[in-house]
Design a protein around this ligand. Structure first.
Ligand SMILES: NC(=O)c1ccc[n+]([C@@H]2O[C@H](COP(=O)([O-])OP(=O)(O)OC[C@H]3O[C@@H](n4cnc5c(N)ncnc54)[C@H](OP(=O)(O)O)[C@@H]3O)[C@@H](O)[C@H]2O)c1
Length: 326
């Protein structure tokens, strides 16, 4: 019987995951049943939410995940050998799944297929939707984005610049803050690992903050709360500083006196019309170079644990992915 490698959870992580929390093993590839498809994984999307699933997952189970794959065999009339598809089959080098769980991957003209895993996919929709759908961003507003050199953050800062805003980003190294200024065009960048975030943020937000695009939580959120303007908005995309263990947050009376809106959201929250607007705007910005996308791609399926752990040590700039095959 043919086998394919999978990444299994060996034990639930205590805090930040370590390589010892994962196993790489071969699993049999089942025979195809009607309406099923067999595919070989090309790229895996490595995302912070995967860490959250590990606290509930049973040891021995395959780590969840999505990515791009090439169809190798098909008993679903909608797919044929060689088709490129987006899948949610988990961290598997090859897999058999129902064709109903797959979507054909379509090239946007002039853009690589990988853009579907970030700028033109849920990652881009998060950045665009958080700013325009949730925060109703207006030209000229004061914007702060945390984890600004990450997948969502690097798009959010650039979109806010396209919208004509003053934009501050935070990231965890001097290389990243320099990169944010040079490549993403932010007005100011803070290295939160070398500067106290509260004081550093106050120094670069002389007009306060109208929109805080929240990716991190904890001390970042507390620092931003202290700088929020009247009627400011906080679209909460994620809180990565919480994912390896809860970080307490103190809210004060500024919630009331500043009439703040704090709203969590997911990229699936936005309707068809909004999605069409996002897709058209983002495609245009990517094509004319006003928005750039960035990728950190680790080569080799066996590097999935390294990539996942790397999300919490700042290994990535832009979207973290693993290339399993080409
Ligand atoms: N709501 C949704 O539908 C949705 C969808 C996708 C993502 N998200 C969330 O959005 C956020 C960004 O996601 P992403 O995919 O773009 O990931 P990402 O920002 O690329 O995540 C990895 C980066 O997070 C930073 N980081 C890790 N631990 C940190 C900590 N304790 N404090 C501050 N920064 C830390 C690191 O950068 P540094 O070097 O700067 O530390 C790392 O490179 C995450 O919270 C994610 O869960 C939500």
């Amino acid at each position: 019987m043919r086998t394919a490698r999978v990444i299994r959870l060996k034990q639930r992580p205590a805090g930040t995951p370590t390589p010892a929390d994962f196993d790489i093993v071969g699993e049999p590839l089942p025979e195809l049943a009607d309406n099923e498809v067999e595919a070989q994984t090309l790229l895996l999307s490595i995302d912070p939410y995967i860490r959250l699933t590990l606290d509930q997952a049973a040891p021995g189970s395959v780590i969840v995940g999505s990515g791009l794959a090439r169809v190798t065999r098909s008993r679903d009339a909608r797919f044929k050998e060689g088709d490129l598809v987006r899948h949610r089959a988990g961290q598997r080098e090859a897999f058999v799944c129902s064709g109903a769980t797959l979507a054909k991957a379509e090239f946007a003209p002039g853009l690589p297929l990988t853009a579907q895993l970030h700028a033109l996919g849920g990652i881009g929709l998060c950045a665009y939707g958080g700013l325009f759908g949730v925060a109703k961003l207006q030209p000229g507003e004061q914007v702060f984005v945390s984890s600004a050199a990450g997948a969502v953050g690097s798009l959010a800062v650039q979109i806010a610049k396209v919208a004509g805003c003053y934009v501050v980003g935070s990231a965890g190294s001097d290389e990243k803050t320099a990169w944010l200024k040079e490549e993403c065009g932010v007005d100011a960048a803070i290295n939160y690992k070398t500067q106290p975030i509260r004081e550093a943020l106050a120094a670069v937000t002389p007009k306060g903050i109208d929109v805080y695009f929240e990716n991190v939580g904890g001390a970042h959120l507390e620092a931003a709360l202290a700088r929020m303007n009247l009627n400011a908005r906080i679209p909460v995309c994620g809180m990565i500083s919480n994912y390896n263990g809860r970080v307490p947050i103190t809210f004060g009376e500024e919630l009331i006196t500043k009439r703040l809106l704090i709203k969590g959201f997911g990229f699936t929250d936005f309707g068809r019309e909004f999605y069409a607007r996002f897709h058209a705007d983002m495609t245009g910005w990517l094509m004319d170079g006003r928005v750039k996308f960035f990728e950190t791609v680790l080569d080799g399926f066996e590097r999935v644990p390294e990539a996942l752990i790397g999300l919490f040590t700042g290994l990535n700039t832009g979207k973290m992915m693993v290339r399993a095959a080409s």
